[in-house]
Write a protein that binds this ligand. Structure first.
Ligand SMILES: Cc1ncc(COP(=O)(O)O)c(C=O)c1O
Length: 365
């Protein structure tokens, strides 16, 4: 019998997630260059040297299974955030936690409300579970929480709020978020994805931790892939009140995080200097890029994250191709329905300067 007849209903219709192009991938087509990847919002400063040292030290023990619940890291996170260890669950990337959330809470025919565009994994996991993604267009590039609230009904199980939003870099205001929460029925869980939360400059940003401490019906997602520069190791975590987190443990793999990721994450968490340096670099790069984009007369969405959504006012797929020839990888916006836009990661100053130089060549020469 054909596998497609054996697969669960709807599984084969799910659109697969298209990641940013990797350096290995583009090298095959364009050859070896001094590549800069500005396509997946990694930390171009790299990992903390303390994380690398911790990995080296751990290497001889990799013949042993890792410690399943990631006790050391869980304790460190709970202490840092002044919450109980039972409110923390760690897994192999926020991506995996998003799947775990769907696995734990989304039944067939349940509705899951989310923005459009936003991080596409929310749609994928909802569909895997046989749920229905309910997409609400952004308003001024930001979550339209009023309309999202109107879409909530008896069938709604989850609402995903990506804050800052990927790909636009915008945040919801404290006031609109509080209004939204106070009007939400009790059967709905809010998932606040704060993958880029460390980069937010807005003082009136609704920090998920405040709501977690109040034991609201919210799950906050965070990751070591962005500010901590450990994307290749795959490690992230979710925070929430104990009963929500317990449900996530029910669907958690026994050993989802390997030994090297666990020790690197603990070391990275304790390297405050590296994290601060990484954030400051993003702020400095953002100011520089805004200034240069203004000079070129290009419009962009002011960002609270480590990337900028830029409007090139022409097919960004062509600009993407032209920049590849210059050794630079960006993320064209067609997949999000914005074909003249692209999302560009803020890198180190030398990366940002190279991007601007190449962009000027591509646009004006
Ligand atoms: C908004 C958002 N959430 C979650 C993730 C996944 O993070 P992780 O690398 O921890 O799986 C990403 C990755 O780019 C993201 O942009």
């Amino acid at each position: 019998m054909k596998a497609e007849n054996l697969a669960r209903k709807g599984i084969l219709k799910i659109e697969s997630y298209i990641p940013g192009k990797s350096i290995e991938e583009v090298q095959k087509e364009f050859g070896a260059k001094r590549w800069i990847k500005l396509a997946s919002n990694e930390n171009l400063l790299g990992p903390s040297p303390k994380a690398i040292a911790a990995i080296r030290k751990e290497l001889p023990t990799i013949y042993l299974y890792p410690e399943g619940p990631c006790t050391v890291l869980r304790k460190a996170l709970a202490e840092r955030f002044a919450i109980s260890e039972g409110m923390v669950v760690i897994s192999n990337g926020a991506d995996n936690l998003i799947l775990m959330i769907a696995n734990a809470f989304v039944d067939e025919e349940d509705e899951v409300v989310m923005a459009d565009p936003t991080f596409p994994v929310y749609t994928n996991v909802t569909q895997i579970m046989g749920g229905k993604p309910i997409k609400v267009k952004l308003k001024d590039f930001t979550h339209d929480l009023d309309t999202m609230l109107k879409k909530v009904n008896r069938k709604t199980k989850l609402v995903f709020i990506c804050n800052p939003n990927n790909p636009t870099g915008t945040t919801v205001s404290l006031e609109s978020f509080n209004y939204f929460l106070s009007h939400l029925p009790k059967h709905v869980i809010v998932v606040l994805d704060e993958a880029y939360g460390d980069f937010v400059e807005d003082a009136f940003y609704p920090n998920g931790l405040d709501y977690i401490r109040e034991k609201r019906q919210i799950i906050v997602l965070r990751t070591f892939s962005k500010v901590y520069g450990l994307a290749g190791l795959r490690i992230g975590y979710a925070l929430g009140k104990e009963d929500l987190v317990n449900c996530l443990y029910q669907v958690r793999d026994p050993f989802p995080v390997h030994r090297l990721a666990q020790v690197a994450a603990v070391a990275a968490l304790n390297d405050e200097d590296h994290a601060v340096k990484s954030i400051q670099l993003v702020y400095e790069g953002k100011r520089y890029l805004y200034k240069e984009l203004d000079r070129m007369g290009l419009l962009y969405v002011p960002s609270q994250a480590n990337f900028i959504f830029i409007d090139f006012e022409k097919d960004s797929g062509e600009i993407f191709q032209a920049l590849l020839r210059e050794g630079i990888i960006i993320r064209p916006g067609k997949i999000w329905g914005y074909s003249t836009f692209a999302r560009v990661t803020i890198g180190r100053m030398e990366d940002n300067r190279r991007f601007i130089k190449a962009l000027k060549k591509v646009l004006f020469q």
